[in-house]
Design a protein around this ligand. Structure first.
Ligand code: BG6
Length: 517
């Protein structure tokens, strides 16, 4: 195979990418930079076009200026003085259409523009519709795409949609019914951007590619699993959306449960999309449902940040944030103890937590192994700690394992050593952004890292029980100061079982000796 053939096999098939919501934040921060990175890496050949769609009037040139600014600000590749020729060639693939998404005539004009770019760039009618829009609009845009003739071309048609997919199970079902009148399940790509993260995808390899781990990956050897998705930011300018959603719906129903499935799933028979998704949905179906309001109260903690100090700066409380109800009882934090009731995991608690205005931004999974018996060290001073495998997803990427070993030179002193593989510290490793991977996969029809309808539905049925118990006692929420680790009740969840949250994001424990590469 020649180098070029090799590159070709990595390239997406020619397609037009429609970005609905092209003047919005997601397009500017994530989608344009992702497309440019794919182009720079040769994964996008010349037979592609992007049509930005939004209500606002804009000329093609103005749109390309927006594109340029977005790339200079947010892309891991910048346009340099000496790449101006490549830049111009890239930017020519972009056009803009101002559209009132409820007006069918506009879709006819969009179809004409599409056919002209397909002719120009030799694209065989493949169309990918990325809806970076409010979910209420997904259904009507899909209908209008069909009515307006946008799905009549030869070639494939795919719909990529952002979360949230519904507000609860019944609204998600309704949305799914609407979409499925226009698109088949295999044409719908539901984004959960956590699944596009390099280290989340690496969980499969760490688990199924290492005989160190897989044989121990069960309730005989694992004491508990801790998943932390902490953020330092507050709700920023998204108060209107967030006050309606809260942490459970914003992070729990999707990112957290998806990460849990990656940790808990059985090995698929092959690394094929449906085989992997079949295994993930089994985990979601095995989650032990909370039976009553008391059950929710005993196992789930919810909190909201009040004013406080973070990194030396005074922070407003959530209720003082823009577009947030001053009496809001929406949670900005939750922690839960979850059980996966199947043969592998029976009895192993999964502790999950997420929150805004916490001390650090990090996503980490800690797998705590069961303690070894200490009888052999009877009468000796020892410091035997449980082994840990820690998967760092973001912003540091890598893993470390914590083991016990004899302190060199000492009589028989045992100390914990942490051996770290820090992927993000390696010079020259510049992990692709989640959106690069996801756009590339959607264009190639690979749905592995997108959520299938049955996964979404199972996650909602689990989450709905928590939400409805909370709705009955709206004021029963714990306040935590901005910049702290959340309500103390979250520590008690673990303490009751004899565990504690392990430090995250390199907040190293004093007694551990670190061996870094
Ligand atoms: C989004 C949530 O899905 O994920 C945001 O809506 C959150 O509230 C964000 O801030 C976190 O993503 P990341 O990739 O920065 O960890």
């Amino acid at each position: 195979m020649t180098e070029n053939q090799n590159l070709e096999s990595l390239q997406t098939p020619g397609a037009v990418f429609f970005i609905f919501g092209a003047t919005g934040d997601l397009a500017r921060r994530k989608l344009f930079p992702a497309i440019y990175s794919l182009y720079r890496e040769g994964k996008l050949a010349e037979d592609f076009a992007v049509i930005g769609v939004a209500r606002r009037p804009r000329t093609h040139e103005e749109f390309r200026d927006d594109l340029y600014r977005s790339i200079q600000e947010f892309c891991r590749y910048k346009v340099k003085e000496d790449d101006l020729e490549t830049w111009t060639k890239f930017a020519e693939h972009f056009s803009y259409k101002s559209l009132d998404i409820h007006n069918i005539d506009g879709y006819h004009e969009l179809r004409d523009l599409t056919e002209s770019v397909e002719d120009r760039f030799n694209i065989p009618g493949n169309r990918l519709f990325y809806l970076a829009l409010a979910p209420e609009l997904f259904g009507s845009v899909s209908f209008n795409l069909k009515k307006g003739g946008m799905l009549a071309s030869e070639g494939w048609h795919r719909l990529v949609i952002e979360k949230p997919f519904g507000y609860d199970l019944s609204s998600a079902q309704k949305l799914n019914e609407e979409l499925s009148q226009v698109f088949k399940e295999e044409e719908i790509f539901r984004i959960d951007h956590y699944l596009g993260k390099e280290m989340v995808q690496n969980i499969e390899v760490i688990r199924f590619g290492n005989s160190f781990f897989e044989p121990l990956w069960n309730n005989k050897h694992i004491a508990n699993v801790q998943i932390t998705l902490s953020e330092t930011v507050g709700v920023e300018e998204r108060g209107g959306y967030y006050d309606h959603a809260g942490a459970l719906r914003d992070m729990g129903q999707n990112h957290m449960l998806q990460m849990l499935t990656m940790i808990a799933m059985e090995a698929p028979s092959r690394l094929y999309p449906e085989d992997i998704r079949d295994e993930k949905v089994k985990v979601l179906r095995s989650l032990r449902p909370y039976e009553s309001e008391e059950d929710v109260k005993a196992h789930v903690v919810r909190g909201q940040y009040k004013s406080g100090e973070s990194h030396g700066k005074e922070m407003l409380g959530y209720r003082q944030e823009d577009k947030v109800d001053p009496d809001s009882n929406t949670e900005t934090y939750f922690a839960a103890k979850v059980f996966v009731d199947n043969f592998r995991w029976a009895g192993v608690p999964f502790y999950i937590r997420t929150g805004k205005r916490l001390p650090v931004k990090t996503t980490e999974v800690v797998v705590e192994f069961k303690q070894m018996p200490t009888n052999v060290y009877l009468g000796q001073k020892h410091n035997l700690e449980p082994n840990l495998l820690v998967i760092r997803v973001n912003p540091m990427e890598g893993i470390y394992i914590k083991i016990n070993a004899k302190k060199p030179g000492s009589e028989s002193k045992i100390e914990p050593f942490a051996m770290e593989f820090c992927q993000s510290c390696q010079v020259g490793i510049n992990s692709p952004e989640a959106y690069e991977r996801l756009i590339y996969d959607a264009a190639n029809g690979d749905s592995t890292y997108f959520t299938r309808w049955d996964e979404v539905a199972a996650a909602w049925s689990f989450v709905d029980r928590i939400a409805s118990a909370w709705a009955k006692n709206p004021s029963d929420i714990q306040m935590y100061p901005a910049g702290s680790w959340g309500p103390e009740q979250a520590d008690e969840l673990l303490a009751l079982d004899g565990f504690h949250w392990w430090p995250v994001n390199g907040q190293e424990e004093d007694n551990v000796i670190w061996i870094k590469q």
